[in-house]
Design a protein around this ligand. Structure first.
Ligand code: ADP
Ligand code: MG
Length: 395
């Protein structure tokens, strides 16, 4: 079945009110009972039930009566809420073509009022198995119960924060523009993922730039963890931009070296295969060079030479040994955490929206939102506040 997202234009204020009520109900219900939605939305004369029917028709909510009668948001419903909030804030006025489908995201072009085209990334954690996600994603480690709304939102938040921080430290990443729910708005990179680039004028230079990035990241205490030809964008002038940050970890992570080496290996393998590059680096006598003879940066050598806080720490009486103890404690905590979560790791499959969204074909072409029904006078956050007040009063 094909669903036109132009529907967004025709949704009324009541539709959004009920949709937001479902979202709020999902903070503590995987399936939100209809009466609760009605109570949160507070529409008169049973209006909520009529609106729910409409939302159901457009696949913005999913009806579930397996345990009790209730509703949950679909990805599409969540998309609409985020898009509307960002449009209300004036971040963009129209949604254009889809430019990327990642493992855990969909990327669209959006345009601002003055015609600037930006990239919109909608996070979709739940598209891949939760177990796989859990083992890979450090932001899950301290949660024992979670759902895809929460995860996608967290992924977006982390991505936004890292993008801003990396930019501030001079890394070539898109400019972070705004973030709402599971949606990140960033500048559009005028290039292609490296995987699509068949030829380079200066493959050595590009290679060195990219390896230099992994090293610089580590020097700042970070590992990308998904550093490969899909997450490196190349522009026509062969400028390199790094994207996709939700999975980054700190160099103090217990698997840091493995992640670091894996990131490096991906790049070496790709450049050897695609551009036939071979590598050799003469070793200095100390044998402590940051690179081994094959040109691969050495994680531990980099860690030694970072402008780390060692000096300041020593002056304050805090030794590297203390540091060691703390790191071990944190790692132990993480291990314990994942052991303890036990059964809770198994997520109620019923809360995964993938089954529904597979049938939804996006058609966002030239959808102009400005001045149409999605613009409301009430700002989204205010609405949320008002709703939460209503919820707490009714409880
Ligand atoms: P995922 O986490 O799902 O892998 P990515 O952030 O890697 O998502 O984005 C998927 C694809 O979308 C990228 O390979 C790229 O082609 C495109 N893309 C993502 N962000 C941008 C951007 N800012 N500008 C241009 N294209 C982008
Ligand atoms: Mg990616």
């Amino acid at each position: 079945m094909k669903l036109d997202v132009n529907v967004l234009r025709y949704l009324s204020k009541e539709d959004f009110r009920v949709l937001t009520a479902v979202e709020m109900g999902m903070r503590n219900h995987q399936i939100v009972p209809a009466e609760l939605i009605d109570r949160i939305a507070g529409l008169k004369h049973g209006g909520t039930y009529k609106v729910l029917k409409n939302l159901l028709k457009h696949k913005l909510v999913h009806h579930d009566s397996s345990k009790y009668d209730g509703f949950r948001l679909t990805y599409l419903g969540y998309d609409f809420l985020a898009i509307k909030a960002l449009v209300n804030r004036g971040v963009f006025v129209s949604v254009g073509r889809q430019i990327g489908v990642g493992k855990e995201s969909d990327i669209f072009e959006v345009a601002t009022e003055d015609g600037t085209v930006l990239a919109m990334k909608l996070h979709r954690l739940g598209r891949v198995s939760f177990r796989a996600v859990k083992s890979k994603r450090d932001y899950l480690l301290h949660r024992s119960s979670y759902n895809w709304l929460y995860l996608s939102r967290l992924a977006a938040l982390k991505e936004f924060a890292f993008m801003e921080a990396l930019k501030a430290h001079g890394f070539p990443v898109p400019a972070a523009v705004d973030c709402n729910r599971h949606c990140v708005i960033m500048s559009l990179v005028q290039g292609y993922p490296l995987v699509q680039v068949k030829q380079l004028q200066n493959p050595e230079t590009v290679f060195e730039t990219i390896i230099g990035l992994v090293v610089r990241l580590a020097e700042k205490g970070l590992i990308h963890c998904d550093f490969n030809e899909f997450n490196i964008m190349i522009e026509d002038d062969e400028k390199v931009t790094l994207i996709d940050f939700p999975q980054m970890v700190s160099v103090s992570h217990r698997n840091a070296q493995m992640y670091f080496d894996r990131d490096v290996e991906c790049i070496f393998k790709f450049f050897r295969k695609r551009f036939n590059l071979s590598f050799h680096v003469d070793q200095d006598e100390s044998g402590e060079s940051e690179f081994d003879e094959s040109g691969r940066p050495r994680f531990f050598a980099i860690m030694k030479s970072t402008d780390s806080l060692d000096k300041e720490l020593a002056a304050s009486g805090f030794t590297t040994k203390d540091q060691d103890v703390i790191e071990k404690f944190i790692e132990g905590g993480i291990e314990q955490d994942s052991e303890n979560s036990g059964d809770e790791e198994i997520v109620d499959e019923g809360c995964l929206p993938a089954d529904i969204d597979d049938t939804v074909v996006y058609n966002l072409n030239s959808l102009h939102l400005h001045g149409c029904a999605v613009r409301h006078d009430v700002n989204d956050e205010m609405q949320e506040k008002q709703y939460s007040n209503e919820v707490s009063r009714s409880n």
